[in-house]
Design a binder for this molecule. Structure first.
Ligand SMILES: NC(=O)c1ccc[n+]([C@@H]2O[C@H](COP(=O)([O-])OP(=O)(O)OC[C@H]3O[C@@H](n4cnc5c(N)ncnc54)[C@H](O)[C@@H]3O)[C@@H](O)[C@H]2O)c1
Ligand SMILES: O=P(O)(O)OC[C@H](O)CO
Length: 337
């Protein structure tokens, strides 16, 4: 059994801490708030982030990063992606050579366009950065609803170590060497999920949702492959799989924020109302910059940006997407005549 920690006590960090503890590991959870630590010790539940999921009494809680990191076989980094860099900076004095840090956040850093494991490796070059991602809402993982994810690492041994640590009868873990593809899928799907939510908010239907998911994965794959990710990854759990769950689920924060925008709220009003992390808002800007940099056509990402940041109405954005230049669905396919 391993001695592990989860850095970040939001819904995802706690659902994973519970999974690891139920798998028999010693688990310490770090929260950046002393008050959060006290509540978790007393209540064994985060009533605002993950209500109804009671955590095993064996889990330890701390607000000391030293306690959460020193001597741990593996640390899961589960703070929202906008805090990955600042948290990694604070972890610096305590990490050791080769220590496994598993990123579970989904986002592209706006100022650097970097994925999470690259940020971790830049700030903490001595660690072994890996990723765990896939269609996995905390609300379901916390209730042992069957879920499948992917552990990505630079070497097979690390990926299999993570797989063994997390795997259970309700949490199936695959392995993959394509960390870049995994992370781009996780970040970009949030932008498309905002669009799917907007469509729901406008009162569109299932046809619209299917169109956004299908054309969305086409955009994500084009960019991801141009950046060095593998097409198989975008066709898998961390690509189309995560896109489907985020665009369809009642648990999705990104879809919910999009829904509110579709109903007429501003971006800020929607984020305030969701009260949890809406990472698609940050990744949307990064995705648009990357699309320009790599010369990739990303019409849905573009329209999401215009609605979020340029006061374009959701209805106008939808109309403009529908009336873009006429296209061939798969230009690479040959005609018979
Ligand atoms: N919730 C899910 O179902 C889910 C599933 C897969 C991946 N993720 C990813 O996990 C990451 C965390 O999401 P979440 O849903 O747990 O978020 P959340 O909104 O539930 O919780 C965010 C947590 O971040 C912490 N935090 C706030 N400010 C901080 C700071 N300055 N430094 C460090 N920590 C701070 C807070 O204590 C809070 O508990 C995100 O990147 C998300 O994409 C979430
Ligand atoms: O669906 P969201 O927007 O809550 O994002 C959470 C996770 O990425 C789902 O896998």
């Amino acid at each position: 059994m391993a001695n592990v920690s989860v850095i970040g006590a939001g819904s995802w960090g706690l659902a994973l801490a519970r999974r690891l503890c139920k798998n028999g590991h010693d688990v310490t959870v770090w929260s950046h708030r002393e008050e959060g630590v006290r509540e978790l010790r007393e209540q064994h539940e985060n009533r605002s982030k993950l209500p109804g999921v009671i955590l095993p009494e064996e889990i330890q809680y701390t607000s000391s990063l030293e306690q959460a990191i020193v001597g741990k076989d593996l640390c899961v980094l589960a703070v929202p992606s906008v805090y990955t860099r600042s948290t990694a900076e604070q972890m610096k004095p305590f990490v050791t050579d080769g220590q496994i840090i598993v990123s579970v956040a989904k986002g592209i850093e706006e100022s650097t366009l970097m994925i999470q494991t690259d940020i971790i490796s830049q700030v903490l070059p001595q660690v072994n950065a890996a990723v765990l991602s896939g269609p996995s809402h905390a609300e379901e993982v916390g209730r042992d609803i069957p879920t499948t994810v992917v552990a990505g690492a630079a070497d097979r041994e690390t990926a299999e170590y993570i797989q063994n640590l997390f795997m259970s009868e309700s949490f199936r873990v695959y392995t993959s060497p394509d960390m870049l593809g995994i992370e781009l899928g996780g970040a970009l799907k949030n932008v498309i999920a905002l669009a799917a939510g907007v469509a729901d908010g406008l009162g569109c239907g299932d046809n619209t949702k299917a169109a956004l998911i299908t054309r969305g994965i086409a955009e994500m794959s084009r960019l991801g492959v141009a950046m060095g990710g593998h097409i198989e990854t975008f066709n898998g759990l961390t690509g189309i799989g995560d896109l489907i769950v985020t665009c369809s689920s009642r648990h999705s924060r990104n879809r919910k924020a999009g829904y509110l925008i579709g109903q007429g709220r501003t971006m800020q009003e929607a984020m305030d109302e969701v009260q949890m992390v809406v990472e698609g808002v940050y990744s949307a800007r990064a995705a648009r910059i990357l699309a320009v940099k790599y010369g990739i056509d990303m019409p849905i990402v573009n329209e999401v940006n215009k609605v979020l940041f340029e006061n374009k109405t959701a209805r106008e954005a939808m109309a403009d997407l529908m009336l873009r230049d006429k296209k061939i669905e798969h230009p690479e396919l040959p005609w018979k005549k």
